[in-house]
Structures are given as structure tokens and as C-alpha cells.
Design a protein around this ligand. Sequence first.
Ligand SMILES: Nc1ncnc2c1ncn2[C@@H]1O[C@H](COP(=O)(O)OP(=O)(O)OP(=O)(O)O)[C@@H](O)[C@H]1O
Ligand SMILES: [Mg+2]
Length: 214
Amino acid sequence: MTLQSLPRFISLEGGEGAGKSTVISLITNTLRELGESVVQTREPGGTPLAEEIRALLLDDHDEAPVSDVEVLLMFASRVQHVQKLILPSLKHGAWVVSDRFADASFAYQGHARGLDMHKLNVLNEEFVGVQPGLTLLLDVSVETGMSRVSKRGQLDRIEQEDLSFFETVREGYLARAAAEPNRIRIIDANQDEASVAAQVREIILDYAKDHLSE
Ligand SMILES: Nc1ncnc2c1ncn2[C@@H]1O[C@H](COP(=O)(O)OP(=O)(O)OP(=O)(O)O)[C@@H](O)[C@H]1O
Ligand SMILES: [Mg+2]
């Protein structure tokens, strides 16, 4: 079974502090300037129930989820997000731009936590079933990303992992980008905000021209 590619669904990926939340509104605004309607969302989360699952995943609780449960909760929130928000929005003619999607599970739970990739692929293919037409990978060095995030104050449960965990996440993302160069575009996110923004805008304008509404 293969994943159905959804051309007007764009995801944004990258490690902690890569700048995803900073550039997502730039993507949304660029598409809106073209007269398109856009739904901006995020993972884990994106619907009320999926946001509750996000809190289970990221907040500190007395009992942390074991790795298998972490990935199952991630996928549970994703399936809810796909069926209740992403597919209906696309059906109504909007673009959907999401801060993280399935590549994050492969990078974090697969590469970094070491879960069986075959199991992740089965979950993804059997339950999610779709993938973005375009994914922007904001690639930043772990030191730079973490120094940006640490200025934000309180770290969530996953952000409290050690640096080697995030190095593996980064490698995982880069390996996925190398395997799917047509879908995943790597952006050097070590650069200043204006340079990253210029690259993102150029890619979005170039991509969008082939997928505009009638
Ligand atoms: N290119 C950049 N250069 C310098 N600082 C940046 C850049 N992009 C974002 N920042 C700053 O770094 C911090 C983290 O950025 P942001 O929240 O967008 O990252 P993120 O990828 O969403 O992180 P997270 O994975 O933790 O959600 C913010 O304070 C933001 O203003
Ligand atoms: Mg963010």
C-alpha cells in the first residue's frame, strides 16, 4: 500500500528551535496573497481531541509514556487530525499548512527512540494513508536550535532529552529528505530569519503556481 499524496497539503519539519513556528505564518500569508484560502495547523494537535493528546504527550506527568505508547499517541492524534481537519479542509478547497506531520514520528520515535521503522510504516500506511505534497525541512544545528529554544524558558517533556537525542533526530530528518528529494526540500535554517524567510517564500511561490484554485 502506498500513501496518497495531497498536493495542497504542506508540512513543516525540523528539530527544536529550527524556526517552524516562526515561518509558518509566512507560508500561510504567501498563499493568501495569491488569493488562496489556508488552514494553518500543528502536530501533535490540530483538533480539540488531538490537542488533548498533545498535552498527554508533552506535559510533565508523574508517569511518562513508554516509547511504544508515545508513538501510538502521536499516531492517534494524527489520524484524528487527518480525518477531522486536514481532509475536510482540503475538500472545501483550502490549503492546509501543518507545523510537523508524519516525518516527525519517523525522526523522533523511529530514528531517535529506535522504534521499528516497519511498525511505523504500517501505522502510517494503514491509518494515516496520506502525505503532504510538499514538506519543508528546516535544518539547523542542534546547538543553534537548542540555544534558540532555551531562551523561551520552560522546556516540554521531549525538549528535555539530551543533545545526542536531537543529533539523531536531525540525522533522521536528513535521511528522509535524501530518500524523498521531490517531496522534502531542505532549507538551511542556521541562517538569519530574513534569509530563511526569503528561501521559504521562493519555494512556496514556485510550488503554489502549479496547484492554484481554478
Ligand atoms: N533564523 C532564525 N535566526 C535566529 N532566531 C530564530 C530564527 N528562526 C526563529 N528564531 C527564534 O528562535 C526561537 C525558536 O523559533 P521557533 O519557535 O519558530 O522554532 P520551532 O521550530 O517552532 O521550535 P519548536 O520545535 O520548539 O516548536 C524563537 O524565539 C524565534 O524567534
Ligand atoms: Mg514551534
